[in-house]
Structure formats: structure tokens, C-alpha cells
Design a protein around this ligand. Structure first.
Ligand code: FAD
Ligand code: DHB
Length: 393
């Protein structure tokens, strides 16, 4: 067995793990990232598309903002289509000038890999059977297998940034960890197509046939979603059927301008609200999807992962550079306070815009009234806007 040594062992090479390792490296704090998949697999996943301004700043601080600033699109608002109308939320006006950046998670991850490579950061791919050990001791370690041999990493701390299905959360004893979970009775069928986006800004649509979202990755790459039953499979949906269903859920003038074309990706994501508490156990810290999941309505998944990383980054800096453990000691409480607010917002937006299979007429009327109220009230629009651009860290 080979033995390596580092300060922070990071399990998971998704955006959370890569961003943390990049930020720490720039402050002289050493880490090793262990990723179960190949780099190509990680980059092949199409996920989030909207970055809060706090995340944008963190990418810049990590030295990874150049391509994002050049190619990403700043969005000052978005639309909610409902009851035949297409009403706009003016983010800039209602969120004190704050905006969001449309730049795909795939591109974020690509930029983080490039930055790790440029600094000779250690990211070990195809690491099998990763296991954290001795979490309650001052000398925890991680074991893994690669190319048929066993390896061990001795470290001061372990960060579990290994997503919802990772090993880190599962290594916390059941009598310590409390999990809160709600699974929604539908999924999002998403497609990517090399077409011009139907609208310069995103459109979230509430419709009697179900929710739809018009998003984009660039002016030549569109991302569209429709709500589907959980029993549907991507192969049940031809491109033609997808476009027809999407059009039927959009206001007529919007649908008339929709450019269609072959899909280059098609997948279904289930919707879930999930939080695990606490986010620290001994010298293991959970971050991102390993600790919490939101339904995607409102684009808070990746952004909540980024705020965890912000708190951890500052906690590790305080510890290693100033000998102060207060940031790490307060991590779980601080991160969870913000996570729960993102959970609330995503749950609210999901309830506002989706068709629930068991919805009664009264539920539908209340959804419409909620939307009427939203667009009649500056206070309600300000509340939506401040959450959408991201609550302060
Ligand atoms: P992940 O991106 O899941 O990264 C975790 C990494 O850990 C992965 O690379 C995984 O391979 C690795 N790993 C797992 N287990 C192990 C192990 N045992 N050992 C080593 N490595 C391991 N958010 C939005 O805001 N908008 C969206 O449209 C959206 N769409 C989504 C669609 C899908 C299908 C999914 C799953 C998520 C989506 N999200 C979306 C959420 C967003 O992508 C996540 O919040 C974000 O990826 C979290 O980053 P992370 O680094 O914490 O976790
Ligand atoms: C995207 C996904 C979301 O969940 C969202 O709220 C906005 C955009 C996207 O993938 O583009």
C-alpha cells in the first residue's frame, strides 16, 4: 500500500471538490481530490446553468473567472409565464443591482480542471472503493484503490464533496445524522439543442399541462425542460413529441418563435428536497450535494454547494493561516442556516409552478392567486429577486 500525505483530503471531483481544492491551493493549503469517475464522465454531465453573483465572485477569487466573464451571459431578469401572460421579474431593480450569470456547470467544471492542471493540483480519477477512516481522531485518513493496488492518504481533515450518492455522508453514524427528505411526484425531462434560445432571458412557465422552463447555455445552445411523470423514460420522448409538449405549455406568441432542432442530450432528473444535519462529524466536513439536495426550480443546487465551499474555505484559512478554529467549529451551523433558506425558496418555487397529480381546484386557484399577488406587489417581487440572485454568504 502506498501512503500519501496532505492537509485536506477531498472526496469527490465535482464542482464543490474542485473549487475548494483550487481556492485552498492559492492560499498555500495542500489538498488531494479523489474522484470515482473519469474526467470525461464528469464533464459529460449536463446540469446547472445559472450562477448566483456570490458564486461568480468565488470563481474569480479562485482565478477561474476569465472565460466565465468573457463567455457567460449576465442576466438582469427572468420571466414567469402564467395564465396566458409572460411577466418579468426585474432582478436588477429588486435586488439592489445584483444579477445572475448564465454559464453552464460543465463549463465551470472545465475551467476548474484547467486551473487545477495549471497549478499541478492533484486530482486522482477512477479512484475505487474510497473510504474515510478515524473521523473522530486528529489523524483521519482515506483509503482507495486504483489500477488494482491499494492506497492511503493521511490528512488533517476530510471533506465529503461526493454528491448525494457518495460514501462520506454514509460514514456518519445513524444516531448522529438526522436526514430530512421529500420526494416530489414528477421529474424534469431536459434537452439540449443547438438552436437559438426562444427568449433572451429565462422563462419559467406554469401551465395546466405542467411546468416548463426555457433556459440556455449560449446564444446558439438552448436548454429546455418539461415536467413529466416519474414513470416516463427519456426514450419515451421523441424530439418532436418534446417540442410539441413544450410549445403547448408556453404563451402562444412565445411558442410561435420557438426554434426547434435535434436534441444533443436528453435526460430526466427526479426532484427532491433533502438536508442532512449536522454537516460536520469529527474531522469530516460535508459539502454540496453530499449534504443537501433541492428541486431544481430556482437553480439553487450548484449555488448552495458554492456557499458551503465559501464557508469551508474561510474556515480552513482561519485554521491554517491564523490558528483560529472558530470558522471550522461554526461551519455546520452557518452552512445549514443558508442551506435551509435555499431549500425553502426551491420548495416554494416548485409548489408555485408545478402541476401536482393530487391537486384540487382550490390548489390551482391558490397557485394563480400566489402569482397574481407576486406581480401586484413590489415586496413580493423583491423577496423573489433577493433569493434568486442569492442570499448573502
Ligand atoms: P456532484 O456534482 O454530484 O459531484 C460529486 C462528485 O463526487 C461526482 O463527480 C461523483 O462522481 C463523485 N463521487 C461520488 N461518490 C464518490 C466516491 N465514493 N468516491 C469518490 N468520488 C465520488 N442544479 C441546478 O442548480 N440546476 C440544474 O438544472 C440542475 N440539474 C441537475 C441535474 C441532475 C441530473 C443532477 C444530479 C443535479 C442537478 N443539479 C442542478 C444540481 C447540481 O448539479 C448540483 O447541486 C451540483 O453538481 C453539486 O455539486 P457537488 O460537487 O456537490 O456534487
Ligand atoms: C437551469 C436549471 C434550473 O433549475 C433553473 O432554475 C434555471 C436554469 C438550466 O439548466 O439552465
Amino acid at each position: 500500500m502506498t501512503v500519501q500525505k496532505t492537509q485536506v483530503a477531498i472526496i469527490g471531483g465535482g464542482p464543490s471538490g474542485l473549487l475548494l481544492s483550487q481556492l485552498l491551493h492559492r492560499k498555500g493549503i495542500d489538498s488531494i481530490v479523489l474522484e470515482r469517475q473519469s474526467r470525461g464522465y464528469v464533464l459529460g454531465r449536463i446540469r446547472a446553468g445559472v450562477l448566483e453573483h456570490g458564486f461568480v465572485n468565488l470563481m474569480r477569487e479562485a482565478g477561474c473567472g476569465e472565460r466565465m466573464d468573457a463567455e457567460g451571459e449576465v442576466h438582469e431578469g427572468f420571466y414567469i409565464a402564467h395564465q396566458g401572460r409572460n411577466d418579468r421579474i426585474d432582478l436588477e431593480k429588486y435586488a439592489d443591482g445584483a444579477t445572475v450569470m448564465v454559464y453552464g456547470q460543465t463549463e465551470v467544471t472545465r475551467d476548474l480542471y484547467a486551473a487545477r492542471d495549471a497549478m499541478d493540483g492533484v486530482v486522482i480519477h477512477e479512484a475505487a472503493n474510497v473510504q474515510p477512516h478515524d473521523l473522530k481522531s486528529d489523524s483521519p485518513y482515506v483509503t482507495y484503490e486504483k489500477d488494482g493496488s491499494e492506497h492511503r492518504i493521511d490528512c488533517d481533515f476530510i471533506v465529503g464533496a461526493d454528491g448525494f450518492h457518495g460514501v462520506s455522508r454514509k460514514s456518519i453514524p445513524g444516531d448522529v445524522l438526522k436526514e430530512y427528505e421529500k420526494v416530489y411526484p414528477f421529474g424534469w425531462l431536459g434537452i439540449l439543442s443547438e438552436t437559438k434560445p426562444v427568449s433572451p432571458e429565462l422563462i419559467y412557465a406554469r401551465h395546466e399541462r405542467g411546468f416548463a422552463l426555457c433556459s440556455m447555455r449560449s446564444q446558439v445552445l438552448s436548454r429546455y425542460y418539461i415536467q413529466v411523470p416519474l414513470t416516463d423514460k427519456p426514450e419515451d420522448w421523441s424530439d418532436d413529441a418534446f417540442w410539441a409538449e413544450l410549445k403547448s405549455r408556453l404563451p402562444e406568441d412565445v411558442a410561435a418563435g420557438l426554434e426547434t432542432g435535434p436534441s444533443i442530450e436528453k435526460s430526466i432528473a427526479p426532484l427532491r428536497s433533502f438536508v442532512a444535519e449536522p454537516m460536520r462529524y469529527g474531522n469530516l466536513f460535508l459539502a454540496g450535494d453530499a449534504a443537501h439536495i433541492v428541486p431544481p426550480t430556482g437553480a439553487k443546487g450548484l449555488n448552495s454547494a458554492a456557499s458551503d465551499i465559501y464557508y469551508l474555505y474561510h474556515g480552513f484559512m482561519d485554521h491554517y493561516l491564523n490558528g483560529d478554529s472558530a470558522g471550522l467549529d461554526g461551519y455546520s451551523e452557518k452552512a445549514l442556516a443558508r442551506v435551509w433558506k435555499a431549500e425553502r425558496f426551491s420548495w416554494w418555487m416548485t409548489n408555485l409552478l408545478h402541476l401536482f397529480p393530487d391537486a384540487q381546484e382550490v390548489d390551482q386557484r391558490l397557485q394563480c392567486t400566489d402569482l397574481d399577488y407576486l406581480f401586484s406587489s413590489d415586496a413580493a417581487q423583491a423577496s423573489l429577486a433577493e433569493n434568486y440572485v442569492g442570499l448573502p454568504y
